[in-house]
Ligand binder design. Structure first.
Ligand code: NAG
Ligand code: NAG
Ligand code: NAG
Length: 569
């Protein structure tokens, strides 16, 4: 497929993502039609996000008091809901609020079932925020009422630009994904030979040495260099090309007591992996909530501020140039220790700017949870990325943790991923694991998610969050077990996908002056030409989006003199 073919494919994919059907009546809120204020007063306002109006909610007495719309739909489907919300004020001494997308499912037997589809945390007055999520609604229902909830009464808000639709069920998921994989992850390779002294008995072999798409794992900084942990290291180096240190770079590990630093443990691991050609993500510079070093918990904002500056300089100074990505402020959608201490809602944006200034060649990532494993924070995450982009923050990519329980539904995961992809930034799956006790089921679930991620145009790489049950925060998610790090069914499946299914390693007979055409996975390659089984020429090449046309002249300077001898002999 040529460049134009690829463009067409991209357009079709984008149309698939953006084609919008709306189950809400009057979604643009240009009038009040279809919308009801439950336990509140609703009116048309000229303070709008788009069009000329929004819907203004005042007089809220309870958490559930809010703008709502009831939609007659049938059950047995996933539905998603989105709406933009702007709060006018804060209440109860708070300086921000959490805003929730809620649904009230009215069953045929008259019972109501209340569900939260998503929550946008840390909402400040004066800016429009995206709120919503998705939910699977079982059969036998009359209707769904969507409403916007804020736990505190007395907070007034506006809503605008609402959307509700069904999540498409992917009945032919694997075939469609494989087709996308062929289009996105492979390219055309042509190899022709000239200048050979012998017209027959020639073979060309290509062996893929690196994948353009990133596959990697979190590793333990000690185990990856420990001479007694060879089985652990072998499992890792056999299938992965990217790494991230699971814990050794977190602030409490780097500076457990104030002023006492341990950069040696992570540096030893990073230097060792670097020497073996492993590419790395830096995880992480900041992590709020309970995960800050203990010595910070009693500090004031003004004591803390210089510590933050010192820490960015120390971290980036020690690792500059070693990481392709930095996770700048881990899970900041959920954890606001630094924001609250400094009473500064822009502190994460400042962290991004400082990190980028000190390590310009690295890409700064957000890294968060409940983004695709469920829809709790999908919309909030998308909202944050739009906000960072609009504010000129050097946000280079969106990290999605991807910690799954046993429930994996590719249709809803793909819908969430499409929502994130619409932001237009590269996406990395940063912490994949699936906690599933049955290893056969686990193998299938890893395969489905890996196929989904590998087939999605926005996703550039996938990191597992560990692989061995002897060192895993959720041992039932492991790919390998016991002292010998023996692959289980899931581990064998991952090995098969990464070493064989999604890698090109082919040998072809080739005549002098002939061309061999191969559709091969993008990445780096070693090429060998053999004559009657003897290697007469080797070279490296890379295969990217535009394909490659290799014309090999065996009598030219590229041939190996030693091998010419073999050929002549
Ligand atoms: C490539 O294929 C050959 C023959 O099938 C096999 O011996 C070799 O191990 C494979 N190489 C890789 C890197 O998988
Ligand atoms: C080919 O790539 C390998 C790494 O895969 C490297 O060790 C080798 O030096 C390269 N050879 C040439 C001729 O560049
Ligand atoms: C191959 O290389 C030889 C020696 O450098 C040269 O004479 C010949 O023209 C080349 N053939 C092609 C097809 O480029």
């Amino acid at each position: 497929m040529g460049v134009r073919g690829n463009m067409l494919l991209v357009l079709l994919i984008l149309q698939g993502i953006l084609a919008v059907r709306n189950l809400f009546q009057n979604p643009g809120l240009e009038s009040t039609n279809g919308w009801t204020c439950l336990d509140c007063s609703g009116s048309l306002s000229s303070d709008k996000r788009s069009g000329s109006h929004s819907y203004h909610v005042t007089g809220r007495n309870h958490d559930f008091s809010g703008a709502s719309q009831e939609v007659q739909v049938s059950g047995g489907h996933y539905y998603y809901f989105k709406v933009w919300v702007k709060i006018d004020n804060t209440a109860n001494g708070k300086w921000y609020h959490d805003v929730q997308g809620q649904i009230d499912i009215l069953h045929n037997n008259g019972q109501h079932e209340y569900q939260q589809v998503g929550e946008t945390n840390y909402v400040f007055p004066g800016r429009w925020y995206l709120v919503g999520g998705d939910h699977y609604v079982a059969g036998n229902i009359k209707s769904i009422r969507f409403y916007v909830q804020i736990p505190e009464a007395g907070v007034n808000y506006h809503i605008d630009d609402a959307q509700m639709d069904e999540v498409a069920y992917l009945s032919n998921f694997a075939n469609e994904a494989n087709q996308r994989i062929d289009n996105l992850r492979k390219a055309n390779l042509a190899i022709s030979l000239s200048g050979s002294a012998s017209p027959s008995g020639l073979q060309v072999e290509i062996q893929q040495t690196k994948s353009e798409f990133g596959w990697g794992s979190a590793v333990d900084a000690n185990m990856i260099v420990d001479g007694n942990k060879k089985a652990y290291q072998n499992f890792f180096y056999d299938i992965f090309e990217w790494a991230v240190l699971e814990n050794a770079m977190k602030w409490p590990a780097i500076e457990g007591s104030k002023g006492n630093y341990n950069y040696d443990t992570p540096l030893r691991a990073v230097n060792s992996m670097e020497s073996k050609g492993i590419i790395m993500r830096g995880h992480n510079i900041f992590w709020g909530g309970d995960f800050v070093p203990n010595w910070q918990k009693s500090m004031s904002g003004s004591q803390l501020r210089p510590e933050l500056e010192k820490h960015i300089k120390g971290m980036v100074g020690h690792f500059k140039g070693k990481f392709r990505h930095w996770d700048v402020n881990n899970e900041n959608l959920h954890l606001h220790f630094y924001e609250d201490k400094l009473r500064d809602q822009y502190i994460t944006q400042w962290m991004f700017r400082e990190t980028k200034k000190l390590d310009p060649s690295a890409t700064c990532y957000l890294n968060d949870y409940n983004i695709i494993a469920n829809s709790g924070s999908t919309m909030a995450y998308v909202d944050q990325a739009y906000w960072f982009k609009a504010s000129g923050v050097p946000l280079g990519g969106m990290g999605i943790q991807s910690h799954f329980g046993a429930y994996v539904d590719v249709s809803s995961v793909k819908r969430r991923l499409d929502e994130i992809a619409a932001v237009g930034l590269p996406v990395w799956i940063t912490e994949l694991d699936i906690s599933e006790p049955d290893e056969t089921k686990k193998a299938k679930k890893y395969e489905d998610l890996m196929r989904l991620y590998f087939s999605h145009p926005a996703v550039k790489g996938v990191m597992f969050w560990g692989f061995w049950d002897g060192r895993h925060w959720r041992p039932q998610a492991a790919l390998a077990n016991g002292n010998n790090v023996t692959p289980n069914a899931a581990g064998r499946k991952v090995q098969e996908l990464l070493k064989r299914t999604w890698r090109t390693n082919e040998t072809h007979n080739i005549g002098h002056g002939q061309t061999v055409h191969i559709r091969a996975f993008k990445g780096s390659y070693k090429l060998l030409v053999r004559h009657n089984g003897h290697v007469i020429h080797t070279q490296n090449f890379s295969l990217g989006g535009h394909g490659n046309n290799l014309k090999i002249n065996l009598s030219g300077s590229g041939s190996n003199p030693h091998v010419d001898h073999v050929l002549i002999g």
